[in-house]
Design a binder for this molecule. Structure first.
Ligand code: PEP
Length: 255
């Protein structure tokens, strides 16, 4: 299927960086540097306290607001957590779920990832579900087994219709924040592998509709080659999304 029929998405992940006071300047710089009519959906996933400032700045631009995590619960006694409804209320459209940093530093297991996906969908948010192998798993030849397990676990109980509105990001852990990028061939093959898994479980129509992103040290120099791969529908970008000029170049590379 022609990938142009799928939604191309360039999503930034600011992680725990930046301040609310810097959001306006950043978005003005991004708006000035990026194409006036970008062909992709642009998303910035920012820390929760920065969301209102981003929503303000995004109103007059093509930027969509994203969050980096959400609670699996609807509401209640969950100190420190943020619900899907709270994010929606602030105008958030996308939410990252199961990022490797949440899995590694917060013990987020696949069951929790699945509960969060369910919660995001119930709350009207688009989940950006992150999967990917560590260096050790890769060296042991476990990449496909691990990624297949993560994808199946994350999507357990999700309907075919709901899945069409989800985004999956293949993010090899060894490539995140390291400057080591998967080759375009490797990244494209793994995104294709994920699409095939979806095809087997949910059918071809659904697999052709789901946007699959690559994440892991994507930058202004390597973006075009990665994004040219037939099964890579966009990027999840950490470090390079912090500089509006670099992020704009990646948006430009998306076509
Ligand atoms: C990420 O945080 O999802 C990511 C891909 O980071 P980086 O681009 O810095 O590797």
């Amino acid at each position: 299927m022609d990938k142009k029929l799928r939604k191309a998405i360039i999503a930034g992940n600011w992680k725990m960086n930046m301040l609310a006071s810097g959001v306006k300047t950043y978005s003005e710089a991004l708006n000035n540097a990026m194409p006036k009519e970008p062909s992709c959906e642009i998303v910035l996933c920012v820390p929760s306290p920065l969301i209102p400032a981003l929503a303000d700045a995004a109103r007059a631009s093509r930027i969509n607001s994203g969050a980096q995590d959400l609670s699996e619960h609807e509401s209640g006694a969950y100190t420190g957590d943020v619900s899907a409804a709270m994010l929606r209320d602030l105008g958030v459209k996308y939410v990252i779920i199961g990022h490797s940093e949440r899995r590694a530093y917060h013990g987020e297991a696949d069951l929790t990832v699945n509960a969060k996906v369910t919660s995001a969908l119930a709350g009207g948010l688009i989940p950006v579900i992150c999967v990917g192998e560590t260096d050790e798993q890769r060296e042991k030849g476990l990449t496909e087994t691990l990624v297949a397990f993560q994808v199946k676990a994350a999507l357990c109980g999700v309907s075919a219709d709901a899945l069409k509105g989800c985004v999956i990001a293949y993010e090899p852990v060894w490539a995140i924040g390291t400057g080591k990028t998967a080759t375009a061939e490797e990244a494209g093959r793994m995104c294709g592998f994920i699409r095939d898994l979806i095809k087997k479980d949910f059918g071809e129509k659904v697999s052709n509709a789901v946007s699959i992103l690559y994440g892991g040290s994507m930058n202004a120099k390597n973006a075009a080659e990665l994004l040219a791969r037939p099964d890579i529908d966009g990027g999840l970008i950490g470090g390079a999304s912090l500089k509006p000029e670099d992020f704009a170049l990646i948006i430009t590379a998306a076509g």
